[in-house]
Write a protein that binds this ligand. Sequence first.
Ligand code: C2E
Ligand code: CA
Ligand code: CA
Length: 505
Amino acid sequence: MRHRFTRPAGRIALTYLVIALLWIAFSDQAAEALFSDPRLLNRVQTIKGGLFVLATGMLLYILMHRTLHRIEIVALEDSLTGLPNRLAFTRELTQRCHISEARDQRFTLTLMDIDQFTDLNDEQGHARGDELLRLVGRQLRHLLGKDWYIAHLGGDEFGLLSPAGLNTQETRERLDWLQHSVMRSSSHDLMLNHTLSAGSCEFPKDARTGQDMMRQADMALSRAKHQGRDRHSFYHEELKRTLLERLSLAKDLRDAIEQQAFTLVYQPQWSVSTSQWVGAEVLVRWHHAERGWVPPDQFIPLAEREGLIHRVTECVVEKALTELHRAGLGRKSLPSLSINLSHLTLLNDNTMTLLHHLIDQRTADLPAVMFEITETATMENLDRTLKAMRSWRERGIDFSIDDFGTGYSSLSRLKQLPLTELKIDRSFIMDLPGDQNDAVITQAILAMAKTLSLNVVAEGVETLEQSDFLQTHGCTIMQGYYYARPMPIQELSALLTESVDSPVR
Ligand code: C2E
Ligand code: CA
Ligand code: CA
C-alpha cells in the first residue's frame, strides 16, 4: 500500500538527486575550466566535496529539526483548541511539582468541566460540541493571559496551572471569578446556555506528585458537580473521607444488586370518589449489614452516579411482579402498579426493552404498570426524554409525572409529554389547607391537569383536612400516611382482600 508520505518524501529525494547530479556535473566542468594545474585542481575538488558534504549535512539538519518539531507539536498539542493536550499537561505538571519542591513554591491545579456536555453532543451534534470546546479554550486564554498554563485534557475537560508567584488568596479569588465568568463573559449563545464546574487542589498542601494532584482536583470537581454544578470547589481532607465512604457504599450496593438483597414495600392509593384502592406505588428498601436501613433518597442517587440504577430498577420490576403474582394480586384487586423510573433508565434502550419484556410476559392478570418519572428529570434532557417517552408510550407503557410542581415545566411542555397521570408533590400538600400559597398552587395544578385530561394523585396526604381540601378541588386519588403507609406485600394483600369485604374509610 502506498503511504501518504511516499509522494512528498519522493519529491524531496528527487529534488536532492537532480541538484546533486547537476552540481557534480557542472562544478567539475567549471573547476576543470578554471584550474589547469592538476595539483591545484585536485585541491579544489577536495574543497568542493567538503562543501557539498557540509551543505547536505545542514540541509539534513534543517529537515530533521522541522520534522521532529512537527511531531512534537502533533504529540503535545490538541488539534481542536490549539491548546496543550493531556500529555503536555501531565509533563508540565510533573515538572512543576519538581521545580516547586526545589524552590519551595506553591501552585494550584484546577480541572474544569462543561456541565451536561454530553447532552449538547447528543442533541445538537458533535460539531456544536466541538465549537463550544474551541470557544471555551479561547475564552480561558483570553481571561487568564499568558501566565497561566491552560490545556485541553480531552472530552469536555480543561486543566489549569496557576503561575508560581500568585498567593493562595489571590489564586482562589481568581479561580472563583473565572469559574463564574468563563461562560457568562461571552455573547455566544452556546456559551450562555452552558455552565462550568471546577475543582482545585494546591501544591504542596494537598499533594506533592502530579498523579496525586490530579486525583485530588478530580475529587474536588466531583464535589462541585454533586453540589449542583456551576460551582468551584477546593479539595480538603474531609472530601477524601466522604469519597472513600461513598466508594465503600457503592461496592456494597453492587453486592446487594448481585444478591438481589432489596426489599419492596407498597403504598396503596385510595380513590375517595369510588372508596376503593385503585393502585399502589412500589418503593425499594435496602438493608445494609452495618448501616441498617439505607433510605432510597440516599442510595438511588448513588446508584445513578455509579451507573447501577438500571440494575436496581430491573431488580425492583422483576421482584414486584413476582411478589404480586405469588400473592395472587390481580387487576381486580389492584388495578395499577406504579414504579419509579430514573430518567437515565428511560434513556437506556437496552434496560427499557428488558423491562418492557418483563412486563409484557406477565400481563395476564397483573396490575397495569405505570412508570413514574420526576418532573425535574423530564426537563434534564428535553428532546431525548420526549422521544423516549413517546416511543415507549406507543408500545403501551404509561407514564406518570412525579413530584409535580417542583420543576417549573410549562403548560406547553406538559402538553407534549405523553402522560397519563400527574402526582402533586408532597411539599404542596404538607401545609394544606392553611397555607394560602400552597392552596393556590394546588388548585392551579388541578385545573391544569383537568385541561390536559390527566389523572391526578396527591402524595403525602397525612390528614383528613388535606384530603377534604383536595377532594373539594377535584383531586380524587390520595396516597399518604393518612390512608396507608408503605407496607410489605403480605400486608398489602391482606388490606386489599379486607377492603373488598368491608371498604376502608
Ligand atoms: P417518591 O417517589 O416521591 O415516593 C414517595 C415517598 O414519600 C416515599 O418515601 C414514601 O414513603 C413517602 N411518603 C408517602 N406518603 C407519605 C406521607 O404521608 N408523609 C410523608 N412524610 N412521606 C410520605 P421513600 O420510600 O423514602 O422514597 C423516597 C424516594 O426514593 C421516592 O420518592 C423515589 O424518588 C425514590 N425511590 C424509591 N423507590 C425507588 C425505586 O424503586 N426506583 C427509583 N428510581 N427511585 C425510588
Ligand atoms: Ca414516586
Ligand atoms: Ca413523589
